[in-house]
Each structure stands twice: as structure tokens, then as C-alpha cells.
Write a protein that binds this ligand. Structure first.
Ligand code: ADP
Ligand code: ZN
Length: 611
């Protein structure tokens, strides 16, 4: 890493401009920073891509002493430190990858007051040696990133995080800030109590990610549907495809490669080195697709992920939101695309029943899955429903989700639903969906005769719908809680209390017509760039960026984000002063790369004007 410039002790606003190259804070960044500057604690809940890092980085630079950041993932720490050094901030990390000499060097620098930000792994921070060291130097603040790791409910639980409450006891006068993107209120309460943040000011930013377009469609042939989506909309983009099983991630990755995509798999069962290699390639190269289980994600700060595709249904709305939230952190248009079917519901319920846990825990899980299913089957704006789930509110339908863009058609499914429920009842709630549909459609296969089902009054009363239409009816009835799938009995359908009024004829039901996921308004990922010339210049700037990135051994987005390059391609700065005006260009990057990029623009202009 090259030498870093002098520390900046300055106002937050000036640091924002001169170091990071941004002109204004995104609310509530300013209020959070004011709170820390005043020496008070903060608890911050902000969606992915909302801009959490600046909330502690800027006060850490502005306040006297070193800012200590607790971060759970070593890879993430290294990235953040590299990114900070590129803008000229004196940042270091302490974790198990360092040699003894490195540790010594960092400790000495700390004593001399030469570090603005120190990233530390939680288990490292709570060692006696580290605590003693920190007690000898001035500390600007403690930032606890990914604070939901203290929650024993979540899947990111880290026992070391529980120890972090001792920061409050050992350093009562140092302001602390806890940050998370995990939304549910139980987790939030747990963070506050476990980290003793009762006094902290709470900042809950809106959850909306307006640049993400949500789409959820019926799974017919998941692989082919995915291929269509990628070919039509993201032929060269970086993205993530989530699957439930490890085996499937491998299979899909191989298949995508056969189809000409650059795809790599990622799951917890892989050799750690290969896994790290795949992750590194995803970050450093452009246009890589990662096919992953949920093991992939936390700590992936890649800003230009253009799509997140789900080939399997996530278990909860929280997971769905967290996973889709990895798309479009740079604020440019991005897609959250998912296909799902009845089989997914059955598989998830199966996994849930197989898992350990108290009855209460299982019931809670059931409810969360039901909420996820509700989101899939909804006929109104998906974003409104998502935000409502997190206690947030959106006045108008968003206009950027599939149900807004292509309002789903509904039909009066009362009669069909009643037939479906009766057929389940008449077959003693002992059969799975395929057989019940056979009964309704009057099929004459062996199983029908084996159980004498041709004699039932419901036999053959459902010939007006075909097999797929019936599956859609059953899927929606299960999703909406009118019936359930009994997994102890091989997927037998069972009626739920909720179906009574429907069966009695007191209530009707509107069902959703299944439609294919279509692109209603194709968009280019780089929407801002209208002309071919602008696109070409953008590509030239990308090439310039890649050179710097390779020289420094960092991912291209750390040099400049796509959005910064876009602005360059549009405004075509000709002088360093003009270049400095571009969002994302701070003093340090202006110094180092300004001339290079100006050269690339000038070259392009010359070639283009035919001179
Ligand atoms: P989070 O940690 O909340 O997911 P980040 O801190 O990584 O989000 O910020 C997301 C992106 O937004 C980054 O690219 C960052 O540079 C950018 N960003 C943050 N704050 C601002 C701001 N005030 N103005 C412009 N861009 C910002
Ligand atoms: Zn919408």
C-alpha cells in the first residue's frame, strides 16, 4: 500500500467534501454524526447501501484519537481499510492474519497517534492485550458494525459479540455506535440490551431501496427462466444467484458457464481457499456471477451488483430483503428477480420441521414463512408490502415492481377453492397435491382405483381447470393459510381452521392468475448514458480504472464507482478543477488519478472528433 497523506482534523462537512468527494450528507447521516461528535451513543438501522460507513468514519477522523471499528469479517475489514487508504485516511486493521512485526508496527503507530481508524475483529478486541493497549491511547469512538451478530436468533450470531458490552464498562466516556441493516424489532431490542445501548439515540432510516426493481414469478422451468432473464437483461453484469442447496449451486454455476456466462459457485461446504478465491474474483473482476447458498453475502460490499436472482424461496421476508439488498448499493438501477412454486413451499416446510427448536421457535418460523409466501402471492405493490412488513410506509404504489408494472389479473376462485378444499376433506386429508388434483380432474390411474376414489362425490368435478391451473389454486391456498402440507405424512394436504367460512359459503376468494415474468420496460443498467458515444467513453473510463485497480491490487470499484465514471462520461471534465466537481472525487483521488482520467477523456474526444 502506498504512503498515506496527513490526517485531516476538520469539520464533518469539510471531510465529506475534501476526503470523500461528496457534496452533502444523506439524512440521517448528519444527525448521527452530530450525536457522535457530541460524545453521545447511537444505534443505527439503515438499509444496505444507505451509507452507514461514513456515519462512523467521518467522526472518527474529526474527533481527537483513533476510531475503533469492530467488524466480524476479515475480508470486509481489509476492503474497508484499502478503500480508506485510497482516499488518504490512515486506516489499519488488527486480526489474526497479521505477523508479529505488523502488530508491533501498528501498536507503535497507535501510541504516536498516527492512525485515524483501526478495524478490529471482535475476538481480538476483547483480548487483554488489546484492551490494555486501547486504555493507553485517546479513542475517538467505538463503532460496532453488523451489530445484529449479537443476536442469538439470527443466523449471523457470533459469540464474541456478546463480550462487547465490556466496552461500555471499560470506556464509559467514549461514544459508541452500533450499526445494522437487519430490520426486525426483536433483533434491535436485543442489540440495545446486550450492548448496553439503552442511552443511545436511535436512528431508523427508511428501508426503501428505490433503485431495486422487485419481481416474483411462477417457477416453470427455473433454469431456463433464469437464462432468459440473464440474456435479456444482464448479459455482462455482475450478480448473485441464490439457491438452497450446495449441490444445486454447483450445478447451476457449471451450467451457466456452458451457456457462456462467467459463473462461480460459493457455499459453506467448499474448500476454504477455493471459496475465498471465488469471492475475490467476484470482487476484482467485472461481470462475474456468483451462484451461492446463503453462506455468501454478509460483508460483500461490492457496490455494482446489478441483480440478485432467487431460484429458491428464502425462508423469511428478512432474508429476502437482506439478500436482495446486496444489489445496487451504488444507487444505480438493479433487479431483484425470483421464481417460486408449490414445490418450494413444501421443501421449506420440510426443512423447518426437520430443524431443532422449541415449539415456540417453530411457530415463529412458520409465521415468518407465511409472511414470505404472502409477499409472493400479493396482487398489490410489492414494495409497499415489503416496507409495511418492516413498519415503514409508502404512500403510493412504487411503479418499480412487477405488480405495479404489470398489474396481475385476478379471478373469482371461490368455486375452485371450495372444490379443492372438499376434495382434500373427502380424501381424508391423507393425500398430496398430485393425487388430489387427479381426483378433481377425474383421472383414471391405478392409485384412484386402489383407494376407490372414483366413487367420491368430488371425483371429476374439476375438469374445467387443467393441471397447472389447479396447482396454482392449491399453491395459493397453502400460501394463504387455508390448508397446510403435513410432512409427517408425505406431503398430505390438511385443512386449516381458516377455510371454514370459505367452505360454508360465507366468504369468497380472489385468486391471482399466474403470469410469466416479463420485462415490461427493458432498461439498460447504465440508464443515464443515452448516446453510443457516451457509452463508449464510459467503457474507455472503465478500462482506465481497471489499469489503476490492477496496479494497486484492489477491486475496480475502489478506484471509482460506476456512478462516478458515468458522471465523467456525461460531463467530460477537461481540467482538474472540473474533475474535482464530480461526486466521488476527493482530494486524494484527484491527485492520484485526475490526470490519468482526464487523459483518457481527452484521447477519446480526439479520436471521436476525427482529429
Ligand atoms: P452501507 O454500509 O450502509 O451498506 P455504504 O457505507 O457502503 O453503505 O455506502 C453505500 C454507498 O453510498 C457507498 O458507495 C458510499 O460511497 C455512498 N455514499 C454514502 N454516503 C454518501 C453521501 N453522503 N453522498 C454520496 N454517496 C454516499
Ligand atoms: Zn410497486
Amino acid at each position: 500500500m502506498s504512503a498515506v497523506t496527513q490526517p485531516v482534523t476538520d469539520t464533518p462537512q469539510h471531510i465529506l467534501e475534501s476526503v470523500f468527494g461528496f457534496s452533502e450528507f444523506r439524512p440521517p447521516q448528519d444527525e448521527i454524526i452530530d450525536t457522535l461528535m457530541a460524545g453521545r451513543d447511537a444505534m443505527v438501522l439503515m438499509p444496505t447501501g444507505g451509507g452507514k460507513s461514513l456515519c462512523y468514519q467521518i467522526p472518527a477522523i474529526a474527533r481527537p484519537g483513533c476510531g475503533i471499528v469492530v467488524s466480524p469479517l476479515i475480508a470486509l475489514m481489509q476492503d474497508q481499510v484499502s478503500a480508506l487508504r485510497l482516499v488518504g485516511v490512515r486506516a489499519e486493521f488488527l486480526n489474526s492474519t497479521l505477523s508479529f512485526d505488523d502488530v508491533q508496527r501498528i501498536e507503535n503507530a497507535l501510541h504516536r497517534g498516527e492512525i485515524d481508524l483501526l478495524y478490529v475483529a471482535p475476538e481480538r478486541l476483547t483480548q487483554a492485550r488489546t484492551l490494555t493497549l486501547l486504555q493507553q491511547i485517546p479513542i475517538a469512538l467505538f463503532a460496532i458494525d453488523e451489530a445484529h451478530c449479537v443476536s442469538q436468533w439470527g443466523h449471523d450470531f457470533r459469540a464474541d459479540y456478546l463480550q462487547l458490552s465490556l466496552l461500555h464498562e471499560l470506556f464509559p466516556d467514549v461514544p459508541r455506535i452500533a450499526l445494522t441493516a437487519t430490520a426486525d424489532s426483536r433483533t434491535r431490542k436485543e442489540i440495545i440490551s446486550r450492548l448496553q445501548l439503552e442511552e443511545a439515540e436511535q436512528f431508523i432510516a427508511g428501508f426503501d431501496r428505490p433503485n431495486i426493481r422487485y419481481r416474483i414469478g411462477l417457477k416453470q422451468n427455473g433454469k431456463q427462466q433464469l437464462l432468459r432473464f440473464l440474456k435479456d437483461e444482464h448479459p455482462h453484469d455482475a450478480g448473485i444467484v441464490y439457491c438452497l442447496s450446495r449441490k444445486k449451486t454447483e450445478e447451476i454455476a457449471t451450467w451457466l458457464c456452458d451457456q457462456g456466462f462467467n459463473a462461480l459457485c460459493y457455499h459453506a461446504g467448499m474448500d476454504a481457499e477455493i471459496r475465498a478465491y471465488h469471492q475475490r474474483r467476484f470482487l476484482r473482476e467485472e461481470g462475474i456471477i456468483i451462484v451461492a447458498t446463503i453462506a455468501f453475502g454478509m460483508g460483500i460490499d461490492k457496490p455494482d451488483v446489478r441483480f440478485v436472482a432467487h431460484l429458491d424461496l428464502p425462508k423469511t421476508v428478512e432474508s429476502y430483503y437482506q439478500e436482495t439488498g446486496r444489489a445496487g448499493r451504488d444507487g444505480l438501477p438493479a433487479d431483484a428477480w425470483m421464481v417460486y412454486g408449490l414445490q418450494d413451499v413444501i421443501k421449506l416446510r420440510q426443512m423447518m420441521e426437520g430443524s431443532q427448536g422449541s415449539e415456540e421457535h417453530m411457530r415463529a418460523e412458520q409465521q415468518r414463512l407465511n409472511a414470505m409466501l404472502g409477499l409472493c402471492e400479493i396482487t398489490s405493490c410489492r414494495r409497499q408490502a415489503l416496507l409495511a412488513y418492516f413498519g415503514d410506509h409508502l404512500d403510493q404504489p412504487c411503479g418499480n415492481c412487477d405488480t405495479c408494472l404489470q398489474p396481475p389479473q385476478t379471478w373469482d376462485g371461490t368455486e375452485a377453492a371450495r372444490k379443492a378444499l372438499s376434495a382434500v376433506w373427502r380424501t381424508d386429508q391423507r393425500f398430496g397435491v398430485n393425487h388430489v388434483i387427479d381426483v378433481l380432474r377425474g383421472s383414471s390411474n391405478d392409485k384412484i382405483f386402489q383407494f376407490d376414489h372414483q366413487k367420491l362425490p368430488v371425483y371429476g368435478i374439476g375438469e374445467e381447470l387443467d393441471n397447472n391451473q389447479w396447482r396454482s389454486v392449491f399453491r395459493q391456498l397453502v400460501a394463504r393459510g387455508f390448508m397446510s402440507v403435513d410432512l409427517e405424512r408425505y406431503g398430505a394436504l390438511r385443512l386449516e381452521e381458516k377455510c371454514r367460512p370459505l367452505l360454508r359459503g360465507d366468504e369468497g376468494i380472489e385468486l391471482r392468475k399466474d403470469s410469466k415474468l416479463k420485462v415490461s420496460k427493458p432498461r439498460k443498467a447504465k440508464v443515464e448514458l443515452a448516446s453510443d458515444a457516451e457509452m463508449d467513453l464510459f467503457e474507455a473510463l472503465r478500462a482506465c480504472r481497471k489499469q489503476y485497480a490492477d496496479e494497486l491490487g484492489v477491486p475496480p470499484y475502489m478506484i471509482f464507482h460506476d456512478s462516478t465514471l458515468q458522471e465523467m462520461a456525461l460531463s467530460k471534465p477537461a481540467t482538474l478543477d472540473e474533475f474535482a466537481e464530480i461526486s466521488g472525487v476527493g482530494a486524494n483521488k484527484l491527485d492520484r488519478y485526475g490526470a490519468g482520467f482526464l487523459g483518457a477523456i481527452a484521447d477519446f474526444e480526439r479520436r471521436n472528433s476525427g482529429l
